[in-house]
Design a protein around this ligand. Structure first.
Ligand SMILES: Nc1nc2c(c(=O)[nH]1)N[C@H]1C(S)=C(S)[C@@H](COP(=O)(O)O)O[C@H]1N2
Ligand SMILES: [Mo]
Length: 367
């Protein structure tokens, strides 16, 4: 470790920095889950550099307190602290592991989901830990110029390691090298339905009977209407899975799932803008909500919704059930969880429904 101890700020400053780092990591982590456009790439960079700086902070902290965490010395308070140390270490390790190309098969979840889960556990344990042990840093240590310099060095080395990692990943051509700025890796682009099926939580409906299905457009519109399978797929349409081509529109778009993969395709279907033009939104209408047969739903701002597509086909092949047949939302620039599958309703609203964020998490749980 050599000169590292000289870099080490006083204990309470380290502790306060860890708290600040956790807040920053949680905030950037949360925002990163809904960022899918390159303009938001900095959020991922801040998350990564803060994570690397936290590795050093946590190492200092654990070295300082390790004597309190000996098995013989444990009481309930220290147990929480010890658990927090383990969970925080695991959260950092899984993040780093992902970046260098690691992966993990946990049934429906993967390494990135584990990283997110561990990251969400940290604040829960931290709240308990802080109630037991919180102490503010002294005023002097906060204004001490040496501490400011130590910080610059810490964040600076985080940034350097972050850059070096990109070079190393490229050099050794690891799975980590093909990451998008969101951290996601490519899977099955331009290969029709051959990309991962991701229905998180419990959304797993029976195949939707296309002939009994219809798409309803209603809400704050001049004229509501429904389209049956005939109108969407054409009169001579057979069962789902045939080669009938859609008569409508095409859009190239990239689906980027927060579990760590992305896939880019040409999607065919019905432009949402055309549906909205037909229905005629009332003045004051601002959102469009897309709802699945399962209750899963998400809203897009009215203007943006016009450019979205309700896809029936991918790369010319009819969507499979797993990918949302007969119809799924294609929302360019939005993260995968907003691409609602098995859509049966398009509703124009004035306000966004508060419960939809919750529905995304619990939809399908009741069967
Ligand atoms: N109804 C419904 N739509 C859904 C989901 C779901 O669980 N239920 N999962 C979402 C998530 S998290 C992603 S990444 C994409 C995945 O689409 P795919 O299964 O076609 O790859 O669908 C989204 N749409
Ligand atoms: Mo996802």
């Amino acid at each position: 470790m050599g000169r590292l101890p000289e870099l080490e700020p006083p204990p309470r400053v380290v502790d306060a920095s860890l708290l600040a780092a956790v807040v920053l990591l949680l905030a950037t982590g949360a925002v990163s889950l809904v960022s899918g456009r390159p303009a938001g790439a900095w959020v991922f960079d801040v998350h990564a550099v803060a994570g690397l700086a936290t590795v050093v902070l946590l190492a200092w902290k654990l070295r300082r307190v390790r004597h309190r965490l000996r098995p013989g010395a444990l009481d309930p308070t220290r147990l929480v602290s010890g658990l927090l140390g383990v969970v925080a270490t695991a959260a950092l390790a899984t993040g780093v592991w992902w970046v260098v190309g690691g992966s993990l098969d946990l049934g429906p979840w993967g390494l990135l989901n584990l990283h997110i889960g561990l990251g969400l556990l940290v604040p829960l344990l931290l709240v308990v830990h802080l109630r037991q042990r919180f102490a503010l840093p002294t005023r002097r240590s906060v204004t001490d110029r040496r501490n400011a310099l130590r910080y610059a060095a810490l964040v600076g080395s985080g940034a350097v390691v972050w850059r070096a990692q990109e070079t190393a990943n490229d050099l050794f051509d690891t799975a980590g090298a093909e990451r998008r700025f969101t951290g996601s890796r490519e899977e099955g682009s331009d290969e029709g339905n051959r990309f991962p099926v991701t229905s998180w939580v419990a959304d797993d409906p029976d195949p939707v009977d296309r002939d009994a299905w219809s798409l309803t457009v209603d809400g704050r519109v001049e004229e509501s209407f429904s389209l049956g399978a005939d109108a969407v797929f054409g009169e001579e349409s057979g069962p789902v899975g045939d080669e009938t081509r859609p008569t409508g529109d095409e859009e190239r778009a990239l689906l980027d799932c927060t579990s760590g993969w992305y896939s880019e395709h040409d999607w065919q279907g019905v432009r949402v803008g055309d549906l909205l033009d037909t229905a005629g939104p009332e003045s004051g209408a601002r959102w469009v909500q897309f709802r699945s047969v399962t209750g899963y739903r998400w809203s897009l701002p009215l203007d943006e919704a016009g450019d979205a597509l309700l896809a029936t086909h991918v790369d010319g092949d009819p969507l499979t059930h797993g990918h949302g047949a007969p119809m799924r939302l294609v929302a360019p620039g939005r993260r995968g969880f907003q691409w609602v599958k098995w859509v049966e309703s398009v509703r124009v609203t004035r306000r966004r429904e508060v419960g939809e964020a919750l529905a995304v998490f619990v939809s399908g749980v009741d069967g």
